[in-house]
Structures are given as structure tokens and as C-alpha cells.
Write a protein that binds this ligand. Structure first.
Ligand code: PEP
Ligand code: MG
Length: 574
């Protein structure tokens, strides 16, 4: 029987090709005495300068290959190269212990990697791979050896590695590399993000891959199911060739919908928007037919850097996004830090239950200056497009009123200074706390829109930490309790005459979309790649029919029953 492996599908699609094992040598330097620490320091500084130039070149190369998307991954590495905490610590170690630069580099980078790898926050953990990459690059320079790069891939191949660093991934030539899998990684690791940008099928977190596969083995990568078949038989090959052909055909056919509106089969117009985390994602949203930005997670502007971004820096970013999307609207969410997203430089005290703690707007109301700076930047940028400001994690009305008061004060101040500010800024709130969902009617009179944040709403409704694998079985978007809360929010919005959207992952889920459309959700905001499949699905749905179905299914007793009923009604196999 064909050997199979299982991992996490990180970038969807199918690939069928021989394996190329990529195992860059790892070099562990020995400690030797440096006769002349000053000369050793100079040698190290020269390596830093050369690595900086190399990274700038890589960034330009990535920009040209990816249409400027994701080249900023190298920013993180350049930042580490300029980070005094890393570089000066190495220089100091060379001088203090009179040792060779290679050993000092390995020591200090190792400490950084240990600290970052131990972080709770997945995004910060991923920074460890940037430091690893910087160490390898500097080590190669110090040793005068070229990089062990992926240039060896000359035939169409599926690359297999323990892990791929961002610069490895940037060098993947999509003409030759038809897919990759790694033993390490998660859906949000850099390599997964890159794979999605390059549209290369990828599976990460495949334990045992290196032991099971040799270079040249024929592989089938099923990056829809996260499955790998090693040396498949003829029948399996034929089966997957057909699956791949159909998949590619379907994707190509969906391009016809890029400039089309989103309309149900009975003529109800809905809005499909994109979730973005940085300015590079804007073009991708447009390329995928986004009608709006439904969530700009601004916290990523604040992360992976040593200090807060100032008003001017934020203004430039918001202006760029609004201008590029104009006249399409952009929902910009104010800082949502805390929970799984930390800002080490704020030096906030540890909390017993960070997801139930001082996060998002709660934190911003405690440290008002954070919010005031961000709102000023947003207000100044508002004249460049259609701005919708959204406040996260509101539980009680007082929080919303306090945020609105600060907004009004900053607005009045800017106007008094003569700074132009748009008159039509919409103010909305996320509904991601069950208390806010249950009392949505009390909030509806105070805002222009609601956006339902199911990623959090589900965890709080089910009392199941969204990061904890042990309770992942409780994390059920289609559970009747979650759906009933969503229905309440939509009803409250409709009664008050405001629009309601959803920006949690559930908005892009093909089993949830029909129910949400049936319940009357207007805007669906999701990762850019999910937009065209969602538009196609919505085009096949009758809103009226799904309104009746939703009413019936919300009375069922489990997520499983609801999922089965949706599948049945959609005519999907189990
Ligand atoms: C949500 O909670 O659904 C959401 C969109 O916000 P985040 O995932 O950033 O917490
Ligand atoms: Mg949230």
C-alpha cells in the first residue's frame, strides 16, 4: 500500500512531482580565541554590512516576483540586522571574552531564538525563524561560503524540508517548485504566507516527512486535505491527475467573477470584503475581487518592532490603504492587542487569563494616548477614501461611548487646527463578546455598523480557548448557540437600520455562508483567496430559501446535525 503522511494544509491545490529534499547544512562553530578582538569585530561588522546588501537584493527580487507582495518579510530580518540588542551583544561578547565572531554569533542568536520560540504568541514565535535566517546568512559570510540555497531545483519538484526560512521561500521558483511540505510550521508561519502569495500548494507540520521520503520519490501533495502520498500506484496517480485538472479548471473559471458583483440567485446583493494585516495585502484583495476591506488588523503595524509607531507613520499607512481602495470602503480596526497578540515593548504585566484580560479597547481606554494617536492618524487619513472605524472587544455600552467620546474630541481638535477631516466616516464595533451579542439592540443605536468577530465570539461562547488544541473539539462555528447569537445580532442591526458584517474566519466557510446569507448577513470579510469561491457559492444560493432553512436549522441540537443538513441542501457529498 502507498505510504501516506498527514499535515496541515497551508496553501491549497494539488501537486504531483518527484521530491527534492532540501537540507541546508547547519554549522555549529567552535569557540576559539581571538588574538585581536578589534579585528574580529571589524570582520563581523563587514559580514553584517554584506548580509544587509544581500537582504536588500533579495527583497527587490521578491518584490519583482511577487508583485511587491510579502517582500517585507525581509524587513524583519533587516530589522534584526540593525537591532542593537542583537548586534551589539555579539560585538560585546567578542570583546569581553576575546572569542571568534562565529561563536559569539551562535551564542547570542541562540539566546534570541530560545526566547522567541518560548513565546505564547504564534506570530512572535515565528520571528525565531527570522533570527535563524539572519544567523545562517551571517555565518556563511563569516566563513566565506555561499548560501546553501534552493538553486539545486532544476526540474519540476516538490520541495521537502524540516523548515523553510523566509529567504528560502523567496527563492522558490514557482516555475520549478510545484509544491512544498515542511515538518515544522503552522498556517500562519512565514513560509505558509509566502506559499499562499505565490499560489504554490503547501502542507506544513508533516511530522516524519524527512524520514519517510527520499529525493526522487514520486509524491502527490493534496494540499486541500493536507495529505501526501509517497510513490502512489497508477490508479491513485490517475485519480489525482483528474482531481488536479478539475481544481485548476475551477480556479481559472472563477477569475471571470473578479469584477462581478456578489448577488444571490434571487437577486439579493451582498458584499465580499477582504481581511488584511498590512499594506501589501491591499493589491491582493483587489486582484481577488474584494469589494471592500472588511477588517484591517492594525495591530500588525505595532508588532515585530522595538517601539510604538507614531502618528505620522500610521497616517501614511492608512492613507495608502484608503487611497488605493477608493471608492471602495475600508474598515480599519483600532488596536487589538492582548490575548494572543503581545507588544513586549509596552511591558504590560502578565495576566492569568489574557483572553479575558485587559485587551483591545479595554487596554486602549486604560492607556488613552494609544487610542488618541491612532484616531488622529485615522481622522487625518479619512479624506483619502471611504473610512470606517471599528472598535474591538466591546462588552458594555460605556466602553463604546468612551471610545466615541475620544474620537469626537480628537476630531474637534483636528478641525479646530484646520486639518481636513471627512464628514462621512462610519463608526462601528465588533461583536465578539457574547454580552455584546445578547445586548446588540442596546448598541445598535450608537453605531453605523456591526462586524461579528466569530474567532473570539466562538471561544467566549463555548468557553474554549481558540489557541488550545485540547479543547478544539468545542470550537464549533455551526453550534446552535453560536448561530443563535449571530441571528440575534443580525436581527438587532436590521431593526435599527444599520448594516452588519462578519470578519471572523467563519465568514469564508462554505458551510456557514449559506446560513449566514439566510440569516440576513450583508457583508462577509475573509482572506483574499476565499473571495472568488464565496462569490461563486453565493451566486448559487437563494436568499429566501436559505432564510427558511436557517430558521429550521437553528432549532437543531448540534453542529454536526446542522453541518449535515447544510451539506445535504447544497447537494454536497458527506
Ligand atoms: C475575531 O475575533 O473574529 C476577529 C476577526 O478578530 P481577531 O481574529 O483579530 O481576534
Ligand atoms: Mg477578535
Amino acid at each position: 500500500m502507498t505510504d501516506r503522511l498527514q499535515g496541515i494544509a497551508a496553501s491549497s491545490g494539488y501537486a504531483i512531482a518527484p521530491a527534492f529534499r532540501y537540507s541546508p547544512e547547519s554549522f555549529v562553530p567552535e569557540r576559539t580565541a581571538a588574538g585581536d578582538p578589534a579585528a574580529e569585530t571589524q570582520r563581523f561588522r563587514a559580514a553584517v554590512a554584506a548580509a544587509g546588501e544581500e537582504l536588500e537584493t533579495l527583497r527587490a527580487l521578491t518584490e519583482s516576483r511577487l508583485d511587491a507582495k510579502k517582500a517585507e518579510i525581509f524587513e524583519a530580518q533587516l530589522m534584526f540586522l540593525e537591532d542593537p540588542e542583537l548586534i551589539d551583544a555579539i560585538v560585546e561578547l567578542i570583546a569581553a571574552e576575546r572569542i571568534n565572531a562565529e561563536f559569539a554569533l551562535h551564542q547570542v542568536a541562540g539566546q534570541f531564538i530560545d526566547i522567541l520560540s518560548g513565546m505564547d504568541n504564534e506570530l512572535l514565535r515565528e520571528r525565531a525563524s527570522d533570527v535563524r535566517d539572519v544567523e545562517r546568512r551571517l555565518m556563511n559570510r563569516l566563513r566565506g561560503v555561499g548560501g546553501a540555497e534552493l538553486g539545486g531545483v532544476t526540474e519540476p519538484s516538490i520541495v521537502l524540508a524540516d523548515d523553510l526560512t523566509p529567504s528560502d521561500t523567496a527563492q522558490l521558483d514557482p516555475e520549478r517548485v510545484c509544491g512544498f511540505m515542511t515538518e515544522k510550521g503552522s498556517r500562519t508561519s512565514h513560509s505558509a504566507i509566502m506559499a499562499r502569495s505565490l499560489e504554490i500548494p503547501a502542507i506544513v507540520g508533516v511530522s516524519g516527512a524527512l524520514a519517510a521520503v527520499r529525493t526522487g520519490d514520486l509524491l502527490i501533495l493534496d494540499a486541500l486535505e493536507g495529505r501526501i502520498l509517497i510513490n502512489p500506484d497508477e490508479a491513485e496517480l490517475a485519480d489525482y491527475r483528474e482531481k488536479k485538472r478539475l481544481y485548476d479548471e475551477r480556479r481559472a473559471a472563477l477569475r471571470r467573477l473578479v469584477d462581478e458583483p456578489t448577488v444571490t440567485s434571487d437577486g439579493v446583493r451582498l458584499e465580499l470584503a477582504a481581511n488584511i494585516g498590512d499594506i501589501e495585502d491591499v493589491q491582493k484583495a483587489l486582484d481577488n475581487g474584494a469589494e471592500a476591506i472588511g477588517l484591517f488588523r492594525t495591530e500588525f503595524l505595532y508588532m515585530g518592532r522595538p517601539s510604538l509607531p507614531g502618528e505620522e507613520e500610521q497616517f501614511q499607512v492608512y492613507k495608502y490603504v484608503l487611497d488605493k481602495m477608493n471608492p471602495k470602503p475600508v474598515v480599519i480596526r483600532t488596536l487589538d492587542i492582548g490575548g494572543d497578540k503581545e507588544l513586549p515593548y509596552l511591558k504590560l504585566p502578565d495576566e492569568e487569563n489574557p483572553f479575558l484580560g485587559l485587551r483591545a479597547l479595554r487596554l486602549c481606554l486604560r492607556h488613552e494616548e494609544l487610542l488618541r494617536t491612532q484616531l488622529r492618524a485615522l481622522l487625518r487619513a479619512s479624506v483619502y477614501g471611504r473610512l470606517r472605524i471599528m472598535f474591538p472587544m466591546i462588552a458594555v455600552r460605556e466602553e463604546l461611548l468612551a471610545a466615541k467620546r475620544i474620537w469626537a474630541e480628537e476630531r474637534a481638535r483636528l478641525k479646530a487646527e484646520g486639518t481636513p477631516v471627512a464628514d462621512d466616516i462610519e463608526i462601528g464595533m465588533m461583536i465578539e463578546v457574547p454580552a455584546a451579542a445578547l445586548a446588540a439592540d442596546a448598541f445598535a443605536a450608537e453605531v453605523d455598523f456591526f462586524s461579528i468577530g466569530t474567532n473570539d465570539l466562538i471561544q467566549y461562547t463555548m468557553a474554549a480557548d481558540r489557541m488550545n488544541q485540547e479543547v478544539a473539539y468545542l470550537y464549533q462555528p455551526l453550534h446552535p448557540s453560536v448561530l443563535r447569537l449571530i441571528a440575534m445580532v443580525i436581527d438587532a442591526a436590521q431593526s435599527a437600520g444599520i448594516w452588519v458584517g462578519m470578519c471572523g474566519e467563519m465568514a469564508g466557510d462554505e458551510l456557514a455562508i449559506p446560513l449566514l446569507a439566510g440569516l440576513g448577513l450583508h457583508e462577509f470579510s475573509m482572506s483574499a483567496g476565499s473571495i472568488l469561491p464565496a462569490r461563486e457559492l453565493i451566486g448559487r444560493l437563494s436568499q429566501r430559501e436559505w432564510a427558511e432553512t436557517a430558521e429550521r436549522l437553528l432549532r437543531l441540537h448540534s453542529a454536526q446535525e446542522i453541518a449535515d443538513a447544510v451539506r445535504q441542501q447544497l447537494g454536497m457529498g458527506e
